[in-house]
Design a protein around this ligand. Structure first.
Ligand code: NAD
Length: 541
């Protein structure tokens, strides 16, 4: 019981460290990489605060050095899911009853631990397990993750202050209750920050969560779970269930106590989960909230008034950072004929400077793609372009999986705006360019608008203000995160709330007040101060 009204101050985005040569952070991160590489850990399930080792193990390896085993993860199934549901039920009431600021304190403390003493652990484990460069790990496994925890706490404080109008003689209130039952959180491999927000946002709102991380992110995600525990997360509030998709998903979705699904991953998986929930709908005690952020086929569209060097620079960062494995990665680009020769020359000149390799060598711009399946899929698309009559690989295309899953930055040039690599999500370092006649600007804009079933991110480049306005209007529904003269990646919490529509997701904007509403169920309360004693109305006289 609190006897004061507490207040969180507005947070600031966590500043990024540079890791430039000679900096203390570079040395400390390199030491942490070495320490983690020198051991093979076991990753247990964590249910009701206790570790469980199932004995059915899965090798977690470095994508850039797949012979190196970082961890043996104990895989969960039906039995562990049942235990986790039980543990979450036990934790539910006390957690929901805890004053909101006590819950927020757990996530704020976790953010401070991640920003401070565990920064190197979070970054190094993300680098080794997910093959991110130091810079790509820093901006999310430290930066974005801290931002999610701190800003969501502050958003929650603001959200619950919103109360309805009360006329004289009446007191109207709303309570922001957590959902009844457990939230099933399913996270993707590509962002440690998203993995933290998947269970974190519902838990902050007073919910209990079963969290199923991605097998190729078990490593960093396990450390994150232990940091949440150290920050004071009560047992059973978040239950960590490393497991393969359906082994955990089927029993979790079959439970009548499912109150929500918080998912980020591919559209195909999301369709499957949504359909399963639909099929089970009669068995649930409440209608489960479904929040899902899925794939993208993100575009760059240049107008003839744009600067070719700016276009090429944005394309390189957006298409190749983290090997193109961002849902927001640029993967199709529309360039007017008049700018193509200069844009191409700059792409060729700069991509030639990019090196791909072991992320422990800080000189590399790119590491490996996540696993063999991704490697085969990406190289399959490159082969399709090599064999096609209406496309050619003009830059890169090399790939080698003998030591790590390395795919070099690749540009495909096509004469067909509907070529397969202009339409399907590849999730690798492959950018396809369609060069349009300057006079066909309008019809090419239409093609860009309607080509993809996704609508996640997009970027337009032009100098002319009328043109920028026109492009933004015409592409209004083509992207949930829209960039003007900037690359379509790297959204920051509290600056560009993130999410897409169409087949890119439910667009609930992770890291925003509207997102938190999805994990709350409001109760309206009306209290009359002087209740009537006569049931008749004046008109009856
Ligand atoms: P994925 O769909 O392969 O896997 C996502 C998660 O779903 C993993 O944890 C996986 O194990 C789990 N899963 C698979 N089948 C399941 C089942 N039957 N039951 C329960 N869980 C199941 O996606 P991925 O390869 O990890 O991530 C890449 C995808 O995520 C890309 O499509 C990318 O665009 C998307 N993504 C989107 C956003 C966004 O904000 N829109 C952000 C990051 C990633």
């Amino acid at each position: 019981m609190s006897i004061a009204k507490f207040h969180l101050r507005e947070p600031k985005n966590e500043p990024y460290l540079s890791y430039a040569p000679g900096t203390p952070e570079r040395e400390a991160l390199q030491a942490e990489l070495k320490r983690l590489k020198s051991q093979t850990i076991e990753i247990p399930a964590i249910i009701g605060g206790k570790e469980f080792k199932t004995g059915n193990t899965y090798d977690v390896v470095c994508p850039h050095n797949h012979g190196h085993v970082l961890a043996k993860a104990h895989l969960c199934g039906e039995k562990e899911v049942a235990m986790a549901i039980d543990a979450s039920k036990k934790a539910q009431k006390d957690w929901a009853d805890l004053p909101w600021e006590e819950r927020a304190a757990v996530f704020n403390k976790a953010a401070d631990l991640i920003a401070g003493r565990y920064r190197n652990l979070m970054n190094a484990s993300t680098m080794l397990g997910q093959s991110k460069t130091a810079q790509q790990a820093e901006i999310e496994a430290a930066g974005e993750l801290c931002d999610f925890f701190r800003f969501n706490s502050w958003y929650y404080q603001r959200l619950i202050e919103d109360q309805p109008y009360s006329p004289d003689g009446m007191w109207n209130r709303v309570e922001y209750r957590p959902l009844e039952g457990f939230v099933f959180g399913v996270s993707p491999f590509n962002f440690t920050a998203i993995a933290g927000n998947i269970p974190g946002a519902p838990a902050l709102c007073g919910n209990v969560v079963l969290w199923k991380p991605s097998p190729t992110a078990f490593y960093s995600n396990y450390f994150l779970m232990t940091i949440l525990q150290e920050a004071g997360l009560p047992d059973g509030v978040i239950n960590f269930l490393p497991g393969m998709g359906a082994d955990v998903g089927d029993p979790a979705l079959a439970s009548p106590d499912l109150s929500g699904l918080h998912f980020t991953g591919s559209a195909g998986t999301f369709h499957h989960l949504w359909k399963t929930i639909g099929n089970n709908i009669e068995t649930y005690k409440t209608y489960p909230r479904i929040v899902g952020e899925t794939g993208g086929k993100d575009f760059i569209f240049a107008h003839e008034s744009a600067d070719p060097v700016v276009i090429a620079t944005a394309a390189i960062r957006a298409a190749y950072e983290y090997q193109g494995q961002k849902c927001s990665a640029a993967s199709r680009m529309y360039v007017p004929q008049s700018l193509w020769s200069d844009t191409r020359a700059h792409l060729e000149q700069e991509i030639a400077k990019i090196t791909v390799g072991d992320v422990e060598d800080f000189s590399h711009f790119m590491g490996a793609v996540i696993d063999k399946k991704a490697f085969d899929k990406i190289t399959g698309y490159i082969d399709k372009a090599r064999q096609a009559s209406d496309a050619e690989v003009i830059i890169g295309g090399d790939a080698d999986d003998s030591v790590g899953y390395f795919v070099h930055p690749t540009v495909i040039l096509t004469t067909n705006p509907h070529f397969v690599t202009m339409e399907e999500e590849i999730f690798g370092p492959v950018l396809t360019v369609y060069v349009y006649e300057d006079a066909k600007f309008e019809e090419t804009l239409d093609i860009c608008e309607s080509t993809s079933s996704y609508a996640l991110t997009g970027a337009i480049f032009a100098r002319d203000r009328h043109v920028l306005k026109h492009m933004a209007d015409k592409l209004r529904q083509a992207a949930g995160n829209f960039y003007i003269n900037d690359k379509p990646t790297a959204a920051v919490v509290n600056q560009q709330p993130f999410g897409g529509s169409r087949k890119s997701g439910t667009n609930d904007k992770a890291g925003s007040i509207p997102h938190l509403y999805r994990w709350l169920s409001m109760r309206s309360m009306k209290e009359t101060t002087d209740p009537p004693t006569d049931w008749t109305y004046p008109y009856m006289g």
